[in-house]
Design a protein around this ligand. Structure first.
Ligand SMILES: Cc1cc2nc3c(=O)[nH]c(=O)nc-3n(C[C@H](O)[C@H](O)[C@H](O)COP(=O)(O)OP(=O)(O)OC[C@H]3O[C@@H](n4cnc5c(N)ncnc54)[C@H](O)[C@@H]3O)c2cc1C
Ligand code: SF4
Length: 329
């Protein structure tokens, strides 16, 4: 591993100044992703700026009835929080579905949002990869891509975003509070991540030195009626092969409103807006849930070995929405 310095920043402004002014510097959250990537040689910062002690680590109700989650909140504390469990179960379930107890004790909300893809070629510095070395190629398209994207990929990259938490946040219309050299700003989650296009190395709309300080969940009347479902190759301690997060509002057997996001199918947490639009005002039945999933998946462009994800995602969506609607799948 390349030698690196380590500093504990005194306040957000000092941390931002250090990372903005030094191209080799990086923020350090729980370190559960960044340090792994440093050991693999994928990341090689020359200075780690530890921000865990200076970021807000509380979960508070907002005046509008939503929740504000400090970026320093550990994943275990987020999943265990009574306000989250009762008011936004989809978020608690998504976080609990990720990694292991030990990792969740270390991982922070800010770091979770910015974890990198688990594409095998990205993690292997002996292989080409457009995301790691722009212009070097994408061996995954012809090679190992069973768990890569069926939606939103580009000829340059078909990696998936691995976070479970971010899928729930996408369904909940979360916004990300960021502080940077130009001051604070708020970025809707839908504008936080970038599709790969021709620049798969640029994964978010953040600028160098931007520090995530909090995530905010706006009030949503039926957020308590929400769930996260994840399919993985092992029962625990495994990334998703496909997942879905949903909140559903049904009255008199008709869908009044629905929020749906898909995980492990795209380079970003995938908000299923076509499905949502199709379902609004329709009967809350397995048939209509299936039609909505089909509408969303019509744009899927699977590769040789991951077409199974289309059927898998459809099944997850139909089953979960049926559970939320209280009907048989
Ligand atoms: C074996 C294993 C299994 C896993 N399984 C899952 C899983 O099933 N599902 C899942 O979702 N995740 C899984 N993870 C990933 C885990 O959730 C992430 O590693 C973790 O959430 C990252 O958080 P962290 O605080 O440790 O981030 P770090 O590793 O500290 O940082 C990650 C990135 O974020 C940047 N960063 C950190 N904090 C901030 C901030 N406040 N502002 C701006 N930039 C910041 C860092 O510079 C770095 O680039 C797994 C990890 C491992 C090792
Ligand atoms: S899919 Fe993306 S991350 Fe994977 S090898 Fe291709 S460019 Fe790299």
């Amino acid at each position: 591993m390349k030698p690196f310095g380590y500093v504990v920043a005194q306040d957000p402004a000092a941390a931002i100044a250090l990372v903005t002014g030094r191209p080799g510097a990086a923020f350090l959250g729980g370190g559960t992703n960044l340090v792994d990537l440093m050991k693999l040689g994928v990341a090689a910062p020359d200075l780690l700026v530890d921000v865990t002690g200076l970021l807000p680590d509380r979960i508070e109700r907002t005046a509008g009835g939503g929740l504000r989650v400090g970026a320093g909140v550990r994943n275990s504390d987020l999943a265990a929080d009574p306000l989250v469990r009762a008011g936004f179960p989809v978020l608690a379930q998504a976080v609990l579905a990720g990694a292991s107890g030990q990792l969740r004790n270390m991982a922070t909300v800010g770091g979770n949002l910015l974890q990198r893809t688990r594409c095998l070629y990205f993690q292997d510095v002996t292989k080409p990869c457009n995301k790691r070395v722009p212009g070097s190629g994408c061996p995954a398209r012809a090679g190992e891509h069973r768990n890569l994207a069926i939606l939103g990929g580009s000829p340059r990259c078909v990696a998936i975003h691995p976070s479970d938490m971010a899928v729930a946040l996408a369904a909940l219309d979360a916004v990300v509070h960021v502080e940077g050299a130009a001051g604070p700003r708020v970025v809707p989650l839908g504008e936080f991540y970038r599709l790969p296009g021709d620049e798969p190395d640029r994964e978010t709309t953040l600028e160098r030195g931007d520090l995530i300080t909090a995530v905010e969940l706006p009030a949503l009347g039926y957020a308590a009626h929400s769930a996260y479902r994840k399919v993985r190759d092992r029962a625990s301690y495994a990334f998703a092969v496909a997942s879905a997060a949903a909140a559903l509002d049904v009255a008199g057997g008709v869908v009044r409103d629905v929020r749906l996001a898909l995980g492990a199918v795209a380079p970003v947490p995938w908000r299923a807006r076509r499905a949502e639009q199709l379902l609004a005002g329709r009967p809350a039945t397995a048939e209509w849930f299936g039609r909505a999933a089909d509408a969303e998946l019509a744009a899927a462009a699977p590769l040789r070995d991951n077409a199974f994800k289309v059927t898998l995602v459809r099944n997850i969506v139909v089953r979960m929405l049926c559970e939320l609607a209280g009907i048989a799948p």
